[in-house]
Write a protein that binds this ligand. Structure first.
Ligand code: PGA
Length: 247
């Protein structure tokens, strides 16, 4: 399978920040993995234009479950596709925390994404309290079972496993902990999508940096990363793409 280096810009970036795309493409014109950036929705069109003719794909960070309607301030999956997005991140822990998104809602959004022809990047992850009391595998199993829609395949679904306590903190699980979770997810996914599980990309997310990328990418069942802070600058993201290309 082709691995995926995905960047999540979160609520960061204006058109001035698109210089980063030029620098990234200069550093990684032909990476040995798929390369995706998910800027704020305001930048999807402009980033798509900046990436035209290159290997860089552009994605969104959320979508509504309905294709259109009276939902002020929301964005529908077909609109994101129309703007140039090929992927959409769904159920990120910041949306689950800030907006109270439930597994059912994430599942409905993922269905909408698939219907619009987008690849759904469904995010899962335990909190530090849940890890401390030994609930990690139960929590991510419930999130996986509840968030993956019918009709998901290896081509239209990506799973990103991001321990909440590792996001933006500079802390990461041990390599053994990542390996345990990803091995568990691969097996669990088989109960949802059958043989497609072997080909479905499982990303690790949470404080991935140039300095720790190679050791994480060497683990079995880690098929790439969802990168937050280190995706904002080409000097950080390009070496992560290079490490994944070499893995
Ligand atoms: P981080 O964020 O790389 O800044 O920890 C990861 C994410 O939230 O996807």
């Amino acid at each position: 399978m082709r691995k995926l280096a995905a960047g999540n810009w979160k609520m960061n970036g204006t058109r001035a920040g698109l210089d980063m795309v030029t620098a990234l493409l200069a550093a990684q014109p032909n990476p040995g993995c798929d390369m995706l950036l998910c800027p704020p929705a305001t930048l999807i069109s402009a980033m798509t234009a900046a990436a035209r003719g290159s290997r860089l794909m552009v994605g969104a960070q959320d979508c509504h479950a309905k294709p259109s309607g009276a939902h002020t301030g929301d964005l529908a999956a077909p609109m994101l596709a129309d703007a140039g997005a090929t992927h959409v991140i769904l159920g990120h822990s910041e949306r689950r925390a800030d907006h109270g998104e439930t597994d059912d809602q994430v599942c409905a959004k993922a269905e909408a994404a698939l219907a619009a022809g987008l690849v759904a990047i469904v995010c899962l992850g335990e909190t530090e309290d849940q890890r401390d009391v030994g609930q990690t595998l139960d929590v991510i199993a419930a999130q996986l079972d509840g968030s993956v829609p019918a009709g998901a395949t290896a081509a239209n679904l990506v799973i990103a496993c991001e321990p909440v306590w590792a996001i933006g903190t500079g802390r990461t699980p041990t390599l053994a902990q990542i390996a345990e979770v990803h091995g568990f997810l691969r097996a669990r996914l088989a109960t949802l999508v059958g043989v497609a599980a072997a080909e479905t990309r499982l990303l690790y997310g949470g404080s991935v940096k140039p300095g720790n990328a190679a050791e994480i990418f060497a683990l079995p069942h880690v098929d790439g990363a969802l990168v937050g802070g280190a995706s904002l600058k080409a000097e950080d993201f390009a070496p992560i793409v290079a490490a994944l290309s070499a893995a």
